[in-house]
Design a protein around this ligand. Structure first.
Ligand code: PLP
Length: 383
């Protein structure tokens, strides 16, 4: 298994489960706090480890989305031709773009793969950060492109000057903002300057998977809400995070019509499903549900910070639904400790080898997280 393949699997939350399953002993694991069994806003998850490793929405979809999923079930026998159109039109009108500027994907992962298919290949370069969400690196390598990783700067934002220096035409730059796994933002002004200086024929994929958790800090604005008039910019969004639909696999991309036209040949025929698409429409129009989920996440984030600081640990300020934290110990050891105690957390994320990423869970899940954390008896000394 190559390093990048392993990174991809870990980023997707697959590697740990796969590697550990054969010798998993539930009897030996201490699960004093039982896993919440779910239901609307109960955070449905199967019996098994507490999943704090894939940045899912632990609370599940909103009641309106669950209702839409349920009422769509009888349509499961039909291909999603109409549903695809309906959802694409809804997205176009929501973002005030034309229908031909919208591309739906089986998760935003498929849109990311389409961009790699369209804009990468032998002799081309992908420029990305380290660490960031790794999926695109996998597709870049499959295409035969070279992958260039540029470390984040001191405040865990993108080192755009270094990335610019490495970008060469034709190619693709991947910008994850807010960034996974650090939860940090890269400023709007800096990004605009960066795009304006890029060589012609270098496309930019702005991954806004965590957009709804970013809040409204002055330095941030979405490239969908405030687009650049530049056909090289592709923006992706997902239904997997704030909308709580990761298992339904639904995402989309917005770009100039000619750019969408270049990506579309790499799209799977009939790529999205009828149930997901109908629920997607409900999700997009459920502004109360989104607002409630964002507020709840803000509270959960603050609670995490408080409990970390009580223990003299300082997580990186996060604009997402996960927290990255320096443990001053090898991440593998921390991850293994949690795994033994039936909790999966994210990492390692080289070159940040002493950091782990904790996706925010429900309050009972986080109680269990901190109980298991305290079993480590490690000292924090962060200011
Ligand atoms: N982009 C980022 C930054 C992510 O963190 C993830 C998943 O964790 C994805 C994209 C892929 O999400 P999906 O394919 O479920 O839309």
């Amino acid at each position: 298994m190559t390093l990048s393949r392993r990174n991809l699997m870990q980023t997707l939350g697959l590697g740990l489960a796969a590697s550990v399953a054969p010798r998993w002993s539930f009897a030996a694991s201490s699960t004093s706090a039982s896993t919440p069994s779910g239901g609307p806003l109960g955070g449905a998850q199967p019996a098994g480890p507490i999943l704090l490793n894939s940045n899912e929405n632990a609370y599940g979809p909103s009641e309106r989305v669950i209702a839409a999923l349920q009422s769509a079930l009888p349509a499961a026998n039909r291909y999603a031709h109409d549903e695809y159109e309906n959802l694409a039109e809804q997205i176009a009108s929501l973002h005030r773009v034309r229908r031909d500027q919208v591309l739906l994907g089986c998760g935003s992962s498929e849109v990311i793969r389409m961009a790699a298919g369209a804009f990468l290949g032998p002799g081309k370069k992908l420029v990305m950060a380290a660490p960031t969400f790794e999926a695109i690196a996998h597709y870049a390598e499959l295409s035969g492109a070279e992958v260039i990783r540029v470390p984040l700067n001191r405040v865990y934002s993108y080192d755009l000057d270094a990335m610019l220096a490495r970008a060469s035409s034709p190619g693709l730059v991947y910008i994850c903002n807010p960034n996974n796994p650090t939860g940090t933002l890269t400023g709007r002004k800096e990004l605009e300057t960066f795009v304006s200086k890029l060589p012609a024929n270098v496309y930019v994929l702005m991954d806004e998977a965590y957009h709804h958790y970013a809040g409204a800090p002055p330095a941030y604005s979405s490239f969908i809400d405030h687009p650049l008039d530049d056909p090289r910019v592709i923006v992706t969004r997902t239904f997997s995070k704030i909308y709580g639909m990761a298992g339904m696999r639904l995402g989309y991309g917005i770009a100039a019509a000619q750019t969408i036209g270049r990506m579309k040949p790499y799209q799977l025929q009939l790529n999205i499903n009828t149930i997901a698409a109908r629920a997607g429409i409900a999700a997009l129009t459920d502004s109360d549900g989104v607002q409630a989920a964002a507020q709840r996440n803000t509270d959960d984030r603050q609670d995490f910070i408080n409990r970390a600081q009580t223990r003299n640990f300082n997580p990186i300020p996060s604009h997402t639904n996960f927290m990255m934290m320096n443990t001053d110990h090898p991440a593998e050891e921390i991850i293994e400790h949690f795994k033994k105690n039936n909790i999966l957390v994210g990492g390692p994320f080289p070159p940040m080898n002493t950091y782990v990423r904790i996706s925010l869970g429900t309050p009972p899940q986080m109680d269990e997280f901190w109980r298991v954390w305290d079993l480590m008896h490690i000292e924090g000394h962060h200011h």
